[in-house]
Design a protein around this ligand. Structure first.
Ligand SMILES: *[C@@H]1O[C@H](CO)[C@@H](O)[C@H](O)[C@H]1NC(C)=O
Ligand SMILES: *[C@@H]1O[C@H](CO)[C@@H](O)[C@H](O)[C@H]1NC(C)=O
Ligand SMILES: *[C@@H]1O[C@H](CO)[C@@H](O)[C@H](O)[C@H]1NC(C)=O
Ligand SMILES: *[C@@H]1O[C@H](CO)[C@@H](O)[C@H](O)[C@H]1NC(C)=O
Length: 414
């Protein structure tokens, strides 16, 4: 009895300390425009604390004790993972079903992300669905965004017994060729949506008389026209990166346009920066500041530098964080505009968050489909045609979604 009482006291004081900490933080930091992830502001309009998440509360309050950066840490072995099995989830592309496609060892799905100085709560689908009740959560980006979106569909649907209460609102099947897909969780009246937009800005029509080698025109100062469909979502998660590289742009004959001018000599770096600026300017004007806007950073691939070594199928384990070169120049151009531009954009209302997964993801060369993306009957792909870009599911994107969960729970809590 006494012990219980003492425990309650300890808990209460941790709890109060957390509130005091939060209030101070809120006052000092709430005017930051570009916020770190996790942020210091609550998710707008969410329900108050409930009894059943005491464990989560304690874990999150731990965060307040030290310097907690969710983006620094290590992957730790945890037998209680993965959070779901791909064979029980109907929302996955065949290409992400590595186990079912013949990958012999599922150890890649048994690592949990452990931030350096704090804990994040284990994902709980029912709690997350409660948070999403009557809301729209939208992913906009390239196929790594699709990877994360499908991961979240599997994580959430694991809590739902009647699978047919989850459906695509237009009756579309999950295929790579659909530009957007909107899944509704009927009992929670929420949707989890994906819009394909690899550059985030608009892909323009080629002018008549354009040289033959020009295959694509990107209008760097205009948002992708799909925005009318997602601008009113409650939670927006953007990503881009992969397509902004030489291979995908110049080799395909892709040119940039600003206003009416075709910029034939513009570098990919400048074009990418311009497109991120367009995104932020647009968000600051068009998206109500009461919405939650998250930019998930670049998820690195694990092809080797030299074209001749294009494999990852021998990788079986995560790297240790200290072993990794953190400031890889090949990511710097993708990261810098995301840090620098928002503070240059003058808007008091607009706020957004960076979900920085670049480094934690770089540590996981073992997480890719490699040769196991073709389906069970087709068997493994030839060694020289590996996918070291996307992620097996269950797998690394589940950890990004656990960060998202922690973010949403924190907002709800504080
Ligand atoms: C992301 O996290 C890594 C590791 O903590 C850090 O080195 C990098 O500067 C961060 N980048 C951004 C954009 O926050
Ligand atoms: C369902 O959610 C939408 C917002 O996404 C809301 O407009 C609508 O009123 C909700 N319906 C019910 C029955 O609560
Ligand atoms: C933004 O959202 C708030 C709260 O939902 C609402 O009161 C306000 O009218 C909205 N502002 C605009 C410009 O739509
Ligand atoms: C699976 O891979 C891990 C990591 O390399 C290894 O420790 C383990 O022995 C492997 N398990 C099997 C059954 O091969």
């Amino acid at each position: 009895m006494l012990k219980t009482l003492a425990n309650s006291c300890v808990f209460l004081s941790i709890f109060l300390a957390g509130i005091v900490y939060y209030v101070c933080f809120y006052i000092t930091c709430s005017d930051n425009v570009a916020r770190d992830f996790p942020p210091q502001q609550p998710l707008q309009g969410v329900a108050p604390i409930q009894e059943n998440s005491l464990q989560d509360i304690i874990q999150i309050l731990d965060d307040a004790e030290g310097e907690c950066h969710w983006d620094e840490g290590d992957w730790v072995w945890d037998e209680s993972y993965p959070l779901y099995e791909s064979r029980n989830c109907e929302f996955l592309d065949q290409a992400f079903r590595c186990s079912e496609n013949g990958r012999p060892n599922n150890s890649y799905s048994k690592w949990r992300w452990q931030p350096k100085n704090c804990n994040i709560p284990r994902f709980d689908a029912v709690t997350m669905l409660e948070k999403l009740r009557n809301r729209r959560l939208v992913f906009v980006g390239d196929s790594m965004g699709r990877n994360q979106w499908q991961s979240l569909l599997c994580m959430l649907s694991s809590a739902i017994a009647e699978k047919d209460s989850i459906y695509e609102v237009n009756g579309n099947k999950i295929t790579k060729h659909t530009g957007f897909l909107i899944f509704k969780f009927k009992s929670y009246n929420c949707t989890v949506e994906y819009y394909r937009s690899p550059f985030l800005v608009m892909q323009g029509q080629l002018p008549s008389g354009a040289p033959e080698k020009v295959e694509m025109l990107l209008k760097l100062d205009v948002m992708d026209s799909s925005f009318v469909q997602w601008r009113d979502a409650d939670i927006l998660i953007f990503n881009t990166g992969y397509w902004w590289n030489h291979c995908k742009i110049k080799k395909r004959g892709c040119y940039f346009q600003i206003g009416d001018n075709v910029k034939t000599d513009m570098s990919i770096e400048s074009a990418y920066r311009k497109s991120i600026e367009t995104l932020f300017l647009w968000l600051s004007k068009e998206v109500n500041s009461s919405k939650t806007v998250i930019f998930r950073t670049y998820a690195p691939a694990h092809y080797r530098d030299r074209e001749s070594v294009r494999h990852c199928h021998l990788k079986m384990k995560p790297e240790i964080s200290s072993s990794l070169m953190l400031s890889s120049p090949s990511w710097a151009y993708l990261m810098n505009p995301i840090i620098e531009l928002p503070s240059a954009i003058d808007s008091e209302l607009f706020s957004w968050e960076i979900m920085n997964v670049t480094q934690m993801t770089a540590l996981r060369p073992d997480g890719h489909p490699s040769i196991y993306y073709l389906g069970a009957t087709a068997g493994p792909a030839p060694l020289k045609e590996q996918d070291c870009r996307h992620w097996c599911l269950p797998g690394i994107p589940d950890a990004w979604n656990e960060l998202l969960y922690a973010r949403i729970l924190t907002g709800y809590l504080l």
